[in-house]
Design a protein around this ligand. Structure first.
Ligand code: NDP
Length: 253
């Protein structure tokens, strides 16, 4: 199944976790994948090596997001590397996955925490999408990774949920502008997904989280990656401006 043959994809935060699973899934489908990372160079290298071992093509790109020039340096690098590899800078799939979470009582959240979460989780995807407007080919895809916490009520996750909630506005309001060129843009809302967080080692907490899904199991990165792959594929062409539940039904109430 080469659903992404001749497509070029950029997945931010692909050194581990969900981003890594998404990059592997797109690579397996035949996409040339730009594997973005900030600090975990070894993780990004492992993602690239796994894609290549499976017969795909990929390269790693480093950029700190949430800082001035972060997104523009990322796109300068990606377009240069794409041109070297394919002869043109065009991108087909942008997955805004990189994100940070800070949890704690709302009254303890500092202005610095707030600014940081907004900068990494909302401003960087916004700037990346605006950059992509000029580099995305017609028929392209933008997929923003939000969080199921935007649908729940958890004071400890307030600032994080606020930063992720912005992605749905980005998605809704840009859909018409992108639609004119056959480009879709969607937000994916993962529920708790096993990407190495310590709370999965607490059997009681893990059981509580697992029980939230009617499917009675923990979400795995590959579960979310398959939802992203659907939206990125030709089969996803009629879905745009939407927020897609990827929580195993945990958000369905
Ligand atoms: P991880 O913490 O495992 O990985 C985060 C990734 O984002 C890493 O590749 C990291 O790069 C990158 N990243 C973080 N901060 C920056 C930054 N400032 N600049 C550039 N890159 C950065 O996250 P998950 O895989 O668990 O989550 C991925 C996305 O999914 C996030 O947006 C998260 O909010 C969202 N999500 C996750 C859920 C879950 O249960 N796991 C549930 C709902 C949403 P590096 O390590 O190289 O620095």
């Amino acid at each position: 199944m080469n659903a992404f043959q001749d497509k070029a994809a950029l997945v931010t935060g692909a050194s581990r976790g969900l981003g890594r699973a998404i990059a592997l899934r797109l690579g397996r489908g035949g996409a040339l994948v730009a594997v973005h990372y900030a600090r975990d160079a070894d993780g990004a290298r492992r993602t690239v090596e796994t894609i290549e071992k499976e017969g795909g093509t990929a390269f790693a790109v480093r950029a700190e997001l949430g800082v001035p020039q972060g997104v523009s340096s990322l796109f300068t690098d990606v377009t240069k590397r794409l041109r070297e590899r394919t002869g043109e800078p065009g991108l087909d799939i942008l997955v805004n996955n990189a994100g940070v979470k800070v949890a704690g009582a709302p009254e303890e959240a500092t202005a610095e925490d707030f600014d940081r979460l907004i900068a990494v989780n909302a401003r960087a995807p916004f700037l990346a999408t605006v950059h992509a407007l000029t580099t995305l080919r017609d028929g392209g895809r933008v997929i923003n990774i939000s969080s199921g916490l935007t649908r729940l009520r958890d004071p400890a996750s307030l600032v994080y949920a606020m930063s992720k909630g912005a992605l749905e506005q980005l998605t809704r309001h840009l859909a018409p502008a992108l639609g004119a060129r056959g480009i879709t843009i969607n937000t994916v809302l993962p529920g708790a997904t096993r990407t190495g967080q310590p709370f999965w080692d607490d059997p009681d907490l893990a059981a509580q989280i697992t029980a939230m899904s009617p499917l009675r199991r923990a979400g795995e990165p590959e579960d979310v990656a398959d939802v992203v792959a659907f939206l990125a594929s030709e089969q996803g062409r009629w879905v745009t401006g939407s927020a897609i539940d990827a929580s195993g039904g945990a958000l369905a109430g």
